[in-house]
Design a protein around this ligand. Structure first.
Ligand code: SF4
Length: 276
């Protein structure tokens, strides 16, 4: 049962979440060792980006914590962060330096995380959980723009692949693996899926996304499977109809990588939002 909070308290929790994202969160090896990643605590799978401030490979890291209100805050590891979590008796407590903020619990592990596809791949490397109802799949854990020297300077997808692909067993996903994982996740209540990933050579993504949609529809029996295709902005806008025909209910393109001028406008907008 979560604790009801006021609108102002919610704003405070959103601010706290953003502060932790920017300033980082430290969890000591001793506290990490008390977490049961096999059965209870959801671990971070770096299938696309690594959101931590540091490349941490000494042990598993939890995905996120919940405040008593049920508000979820992502774990963004930094060894010297002002925010830290301590274990006190049976409880975990969030601090900012010496100031106690609140008790927290760690986000629970979905059941499908421990299942395997029919070809033996752990489903948690295929799809990650991004909330109570949604999973996400990074079908390609690299971006081909790097080969042309055009990869975005703010993006760590290729570095994440170098650091975590072998360590966590992450590779290219087949349509069948994604469909099997989706079916398993939907059995426990997830309802929406985002398919994303870096650019693949020669922009062959359309055919791939359509294969994935067909496989999901065949295996789950759902015509509307709550799918979002996160795609690079297409040069030919008629391509968008193909995603709709395949069964996706939404597409999502990152505006900032559509065009260099749009990127600059996006940065200015974000900056003005932060200063007003
Ligand atoms: S296009 Fe996307 S995946 Fe590729 S480098 Fe840019 S942000 Fe990263």
């Amino acid at each position: 049962m979560s604790k009801a909070i006021t609108r102002d308290e919610l704003f405070n929790e959103i601010e706290l979440s953003e502060r932790i994202r920017n300033e980082g969160l430290y969890i000591s090896p001793e506290v990490l060792a008390t977490l049961d990643f096999e059965k209870e605590t959801q671990e971070q799978i770096r299938a696309c980006f690594d959101n931590n401030h540091e490349t941490y490979t000494l042990s598993k890291l939890p995905t996120a914590v919940r405040l008593p209100s049920n508000y979820r805050i992502g774990v963004v590891y930094k060894h010297n962060a002002p925010y830290h979590i301590e274990k006190e008796d049976d409880a975990y407590v969030l601090y900012h330096e010496k100031e106690l903020i609140d008790e927290v619990t760690f986000i629970e592990k979905p059941k499908y995380f421990n299942e395997k596809t029919s070809d033996g791949v752990k489903m948690n490397t295929i799809a990650q959980e991004v909330g109570k109802t949604k999973i996400t799949v990074a079908y390609s854990n690299e971006c081909a723009l790097k080969d042309k020297g055009l990869d975005c300077k703010f993006c760590n997808i290729n570095a994440t692949k170098n650091n975590f692909a072998d360590l966590q067993g992450i590779s290219w996903k087949t349509a069948k693996q994604i469909a099997e994982t989706t079916k398993e996740a939907y059995k426990e209540g997830y309802q929406r899926i985002t398919i994303t990933g870096g650019f693949i050579p020669e922009r062959r993504e359309v055919e791939y996304y359509i294969d994935v949609a067909e496989a999901i529809r065949d295996l789950t029996g759902l015509d509307d499977f709550g799918g979002t295709a996160c795609i690079g902005a297409p040069a030919d806008l008629e391509v968008i109809d193909k995603y709709k025909e395949a069964g996706y209910s939404a597409i999502s393109s990152n505006m900032e990588i559509w065009d260099a001028n749009i990127f600059i406008v996006s940065v200015i907008n974000i900056f003005s939002l932060h200063v007003t």
